[in-house]
Design a protein around this ligand. Structure first.
Ligand code: MG
Length: 240
């Protein structure tokens, strides 16, 4: 597996010279957003029964009044079940009393298939490298805009994810694709994912299963989540 610091965009990973996405103040949303009838609810604010620790044991994050909160050094959470193509709704809130700067301020992440991170970060008046700010496909694509709300406020991600496809030789035949909205504002438009996301390094795809757990990152900050639901999407019909 050969890693490089160069990405197909021409920018280096985490390049601070990259232009900052423009700031957009999102319109007020009514949260939480109820799940549609065919959704699978992974967290309704009451328990972590559908989540596990990395070792497969019980999830170690804490549940508060209608939310779960990352416990520093407790590790990532993984959904008990695996998923492939999905529409995903997640609500999150950065700590109301922020501390730290850049990547140390309200850092977590939504890992599609445990491998492809949509960054969670308090990017309200907090500068960092654009490919690692809130809603970035980490280390690859900055969001189209910065639609962050102040820390402590509930924010939403709505993500449409198409998993990568591999042939029998393990070569990628179709990369993962992500469309996403942050607080109702478009941040990725059918964006091609170049491989698993990583800090400072760019890794090519390696063949993996069609369904893998959704994961939430413990990055040492007590970030909160609530109202996590998804809809499993049918595979795209083959062209005739
Ligand atoms: Mg993160």
């Amino acid at each position: 597996l050969e890693a490089t610091g160069q990405t197909p965009s021409g920018w280096l990973i985490h390049d601070m010279n990259r232009p900052r996405p423009p700031i957009v103040v999102p319109a007020p949303q009514t949260l939480p957003v109820p799940a549609p009838s065919d959704a699978r609810v992974l967290f309704d604010g009451t328990d972590l029964n559908q989540w596990r620790s990395a070792d497969g044991g019980p999830a170690k994050w804490v549940v508060g009044d209608g939310y779960m909160e990352s416990v520093p050094d407790s590790g990532y959470l993984f959904s008990a079940d695996g998923f492939g193509d999905i529409q995903l709704h997640v609500e999150w809130a950065a700590p109301a009393n922020p501390s730290g700067k850049g990547q140390e301020r309200g850092n977590s992440g939504v890992f599609l298939m445990s491998k492809y991170e949509i960054q969670v970060l308090d990017c309200y008046q907090n500068d960092t490298y654009p490919d690692g700010q809130a809603a970035a496909i980490y280390g690859q694509h900055p969001p189209l805009v910065n639609a962050c709300l102040p820390p402590g406020e509930w924010q939403s991600y709505d993500i449409v994810f198409r998993r990568p496809r591999f042939n029998s030789q393990g070569e990628v035949t179709s990369p993962a694709l992500i469309t996403a909205l942050h607080n109702g504002v478009l941040v990725h438009d059918d964006r091609e994912v170049w491989g698993p996301t990583s800090w400072l390094q760019h890794f090519p795809y390696e063949s993996h299963a069609d369904r893998l757990p959704l994961a939430l990152q413990d990055h040492g900050n007590p970030v909160r989540y609530r109202n996590i639901w998804l809809r499993e999407l049918a595979e795209k019909e083959p062209t005739p």
